[in-house]
Design a protein around this ligand. Structure first.
Ligand code: INI
Length: 158
C-alpha cells in the first residue's frame, strides 16, 4: 500500500527556540507575537519556548546553529525583516540569512524554519507581519510544528 506522510499540527510537549532579529524591531516584534500565538494555539507550552534576540538577520544562522547543536530543542524558528530601501546592502543580508539558515536546516537534526521577510519597503513587511497578508511569524510556527511531526513520521517509515 502507498504510504502517505503528512505532518499534523499537534505541538504538545515540543520545545521550540525562536531567534529573532532586533533590526526592524517594529516589524520583527509582530512576527514574534504571531509565532508565539501560533505555537500556543497548537499546544506548545510557554515554558517550552526560548526566545533569543540577535542584532540583525545576518546573525540568525549562527545562533540558530548553536541552539540546534544543544540537542534539547525540537525546532528552531528564525524571524527577521530585511527591507530593501535604496542600497545593495539588502542583497547581502537577505542572501546570507537565507543561505545560512538553509545550511543549518540541512546540517542539523532538527527543523530550522525561515521566517525572514524580504520586502521592498516597510509597508509590504507590515502587511506580512499581522496585516492584510497575514503573519509570517505565525506561519513559521505552524511550519515548525508540522516539520517536527513530518520528521518523526519519516523516521517510522518501513
Ligand atoms: N538586518 C536586518 O535584519 N534587516 C535589514 O533590513 C538590515 N539592513 O537593511 O541593513 C539588516 N542589517 C543588519 C545586519 O543584519 C547585521 O546585523 C549587521 O550587518 C551586523 O552584522
Amino acid at each position: 500500500m502507498t504510504q502517505i506522510i503528512k505532518g499534523h499540527l499537534q505541538g504538545e510537549g515540543m520545545r521550540v527556540g525562536i531567534v529573532v532579529a532586533r533590526f526592524n524591531e517594529h516589524i520583527t516584534s509582530k512576527l514574534l507575537q504571531g509565532a508565539l500565538e501560533g505555537l500556543k494555539a497548537h499546544s506548545v507550552a510557554h515554558e517550552d519556548i526560548v526566545v533569543v534576540w540577535v542584532p540583525g538577520s545576518f546573525e540568525l544562522p549562527s545562533v540558530a546553529e548553536r541552539l540546534a547543536q544543544r540537542g534539547d530543542f525540537d525546532a528552531i524558528i528564525c524571524l527577521g525583516a530585511v527591507v530593501k530601501h535604496e542600497t545593495d546592502h539588502y542583497y547581502y543580508v537577505a542572501g546570507e540569512a537565507a543561505r545560512g539558515i538553509a545550511g543549518v536546516a540541512r546540517e542539523s537534526e532538527v527543523p530550522v524554519i525561515f521566517g525572514v521577510l524580504t520586502t521592498e519597503n516597510d509597508e509590504q513587511a507590515l502587511e506580512r507581519a499581522g496585516g492584510k497578508e497575514g503573519n509570517k511569524g505565525h506561519d513559521a510556527a505552524l511550519a515548525a510544528i508540522e516539520m517536527v511531526n513530518v520528521l518523526r513520521l519519516v523516521e517510522e517509515v518501513r
